[in-house]
Design a protein. Structure first.
Lengths: 263, 416
């Protein structure tokens, strides 16, 4: 499928890139030959109506689709030039490099401390208690949660409010120091204030990690991202700078979607 | 606006509303009735068992004072270790001494109704406290089943009058018999105990738990977390469900045919019994385990996978701890069923008369339900109360086992 790529989009520092990627669930094609370069230093937003395949494509980027038995991926996705679907690719290592935050906050039913320390522990990034303490504090600070939870690190992560849980999940993801963070509608279960905090956090993390965010909210895409891709019915219709997509879309379908004609 | 009332304000609507509330009340009453019925049945069981069983923890005992200064028994400290000390006392004529003093105190007819092995009780007390050999000591010795029956108003008129005489003199009464909890099976209802069967049950349950729990949990984890969903796993699932429904006697035949063929010298051993019951318990644990594992939200697995946990780490760090309370519930049900199981154990020879508690996993043993079955078949009336007492012991053991499991389950239970 042909994607309209805005001509003024410079594409020279791709962290991840997809070439003709199709994703199938059984016989059903959910993503149809999508090609995209995900830049290192920017936030990339995937927008589009429900069921357009943007989450499916996001999950293909760290092979979370592997957990769905009927899912099958064709084409090539590379991370720093390495094909992540090649047979000798270590999925565990891939997911340590490409972290993910989910739609519904899913902290482990463990303490706040253990939630953040879990990743570094299993990867052996920090083993001494002092090192772990440092990683936990650093990650929680980066996620903007430290001041709220520093006195109750032993409380269960599930006792936090929804917005705090989601920031805890972000802290958990950045504790293993990934290169890319995928966010699958991270604010859809949150109230506007919690959403504003997460968006602020995304802006702060921008530059340190390549961030890809799937969102239903066009305002959110406009606020947090520098690159936007519009998905529709399994196709990537248009890809460009966020400002260009929202002010001068080249495709009629994009225009219709961002003006609220459907979706 | 029209005059017409809104559809929710009509009489028809209100009549319907009343019917809906009436239906709700009926449903609540039915539910409450069902709960009360089951509580009532349980209470009835416990109350009748307690009333019948209290007598089982007592036995008729005769008081016999023995003046050891006349008996001339010696118990050198060196000889005071079982069983040689008992043999030494027997050789020195302790049985005759006991008989002599019994006749002195109870008369010929009364002494005849002393239990055959009454002198052993005396011997045990001498061994634990040799100092009593220097004076006169009053012993409470088991009466014969006939005399015990007489005291209970049963048996021949002769026995009843003898019992009444002795009881009037204060020489015969029903006393608390804690020895019931430490002795083993006997042919004499006055001398039986439950410890042999209880120990047999404990050993058998241990074998069952150690085999069925790990195998069941591993099978459940593999089927839920690793196995691809295809025709073969469907076949396995159906087979496991069928296995859980197989009548227990068939497992007994399997144990007889397979385990006893492999270990022919271990007839009636707790090891074989436990292996047989493990076959029966395992499918229950697999089924409840799979349901508990299924109930762990996929989002927890995703969360762990997304930060690079391997499949094994996801299973052992997240899925298993969250599923454990559910798995334990299934294990309680399976183990409770195994504890009460009689039929398969009859098939592998655990119905033998075993007069000593089992020394280990491979020595002959019986278990509580089989012991209850055997005693309920005895002709001697004294066994009726003993049977009830054994049932109480079984129920207490069951409650204890369930209590531990519920405690463990609540400890592992996590909220999210």
């Amino acid at each position: 499928m042909v994607t309209v790529v805005h001509p003024n989009l410079e594409q020279n520092d791709a962290k991840m890139s997809a070439k003709d990627v199709s994703v199938f669930y059984g016989d059903k094609m959910a993503i149809d030959r999508v090609s995209i370069d995900i830049p290192t230093k920017y936030v990339t937003a995937f927008i589009g109506p429900s069921g357009c395949g943007k989450s499916t494509f996001l999950r293909a980027l760290n092979r979370m689709n592997d957990t769905i038995p009927s899912a099958r991926v064709e084409g090539e996705i590379t991370l720093d030039g390495e094909d992540i679907y090649r047979s000798d690719m270590d999925v565990v290592q891939l997911r340590a490099r490409v972290g993910m935050v989910f739609q519904k906050p899913n902290p482990f039913p463990k303490s706040i401390y253990d939630n953040v320390a879990y990743g570094p522990k299993i990867h052996g990034l920090a083993s001494a208690r002092a090192d772990l303490d440092e990683v936990v504090e650093k990650s929680l600070r980066r996620a903007g949660l430290w001041t709220e939870v520093k006195d109750r690190l032993e409380d269960s992560g599930t006792a936090l409010s929804g917005g705090q849980q989601q920031r805890l999940c972000i802290a958990r993801a950045i504790a293993v120091d990934p290169e890319v963070i995928l966010m699958d509608e991270p604010c859809s279960a949150l109230d506007p204030i919690a959403t504003a905090k997460i968006e602020e956090l995304i802006n702060e993390l921008n530059g340190s990690y390549a961030i890809v965010i799937v969102t239903h909210s066009m305002q959110q895409a406009a606020r947090v991202s520098q690159r936007t891709a519009f998905f529709h019915l399994g196709n990537m219709v248009e890809y460009g700078r966020t400002s260009d997509i929202f002010t001068k879309p080249l495709e009629k379908r994009t225009q219709d979607y961002i003006t609220g004609r459907y979706g | 606006m029209t005059e017409q009332a809104a559809p929710t304000r009509t009489d028809k609507f209100e009549a319907r509303l009343k019917r809906r509330y009436a239906a709700e009340r009926r449903f609540k009453m039915a539910g409450l009735g069902a709960v009360l019925f089951s509580v009532g049945v349980l209470l009835f069981l416990l109350v009748t068992m307690s009333i019948n069983g209290i007598g089982g923890f007592q036995r008729a005992e005769l008081s016999v004072p023995i003046d050891f200064t006349q008996a001339g028994l010696s118990a050198a400290p060196a000889g005071l270790s079982q069983p040689s000390a008992v043999q030494s006392l027997q050789a020195q004529g302790l049985p005759q001494v006991v008989e002599y003093f019994a006749e002195e105190s109870l008369g010929k007819a009364g002494a005849d109704q002393l239990s055959d092995n009454a002198w052993r009780t005396v011997a045990d007390q001498i061994i634990t406290n040799p100092a009593i050999l220097r004076g006169t000591e009053e012993f409470s010795l088991a009466a014969s089943p006939k005399l015990a029956g007489g005291l209970g108003g049963e048996g021949s008129a002769e026995m009843q009058s003898l019992a009444a005489d002795l009881a009037a003199q204060g020489k015969l009464e029903n006393r608390l018999d804690l020895g019931f909890l430490t002795r083993s099976d006997a042919t004499n209802s006055q001398m039986v105990g439950i410890w042999g069967a209880l120990k047999g049950s404990i050993l058998t349950m241990l074998v069952t738990l150690l085999l069925a729990f790990p195998i069941g949990v591993m099978a459940a984890l593999y089927l839920e977390e690793y196995a691809p969903k295809n025709r073969w796993t469907d076949v396995i699932e159906v087979s496991i469900n069928n296995l859980a429904a197989v009548p227990s006697i068939i497992f007994g035949l399997l144990g007889l045919a397979v385990f006893l063929a492999l270990f022919p010298n271990m007839r009636s051993a707790p090891l074989i019994g436990g292996m047989t019951l493990a076959l029966m318990t395992m499918p229950v644990i697999v089924i409840s385990g799979r349901n508990a594992i299924k109930a762990v939200p996929q989002s927890i697995r995703d969360g762990a996978l997304a930060i690079g946990a391997s499949q094994v780490q996801v299973v052992f760090h997240h899925v298993l701890p969250l599923a454990l309370p559910g798995i334990l519930t299934g294990t309680i049900i399976g183990m409770a069923r195994a504890l009460g199981e009689t039929a398969p154990l009859l098939m592998i020879g655990m119905r033998a008369f075993v007069a000593t508690p089992p020394a280990g996993f491979t020595s002959p043993a019986t278990v509580l339900p089989v012991q209850i079955f055997l005693w309920s078949d005895e002709i001697d009336r004294g066994f009726v109360e003993r049977t009830s007492a054994a049932i109480i012991v079984l129920l207490v053991f069951l409650l204890l086992m369930n209590g531990i499991a519920i405690y463990l389950r609540n400890r592992f239970e996590k909220k999210w």
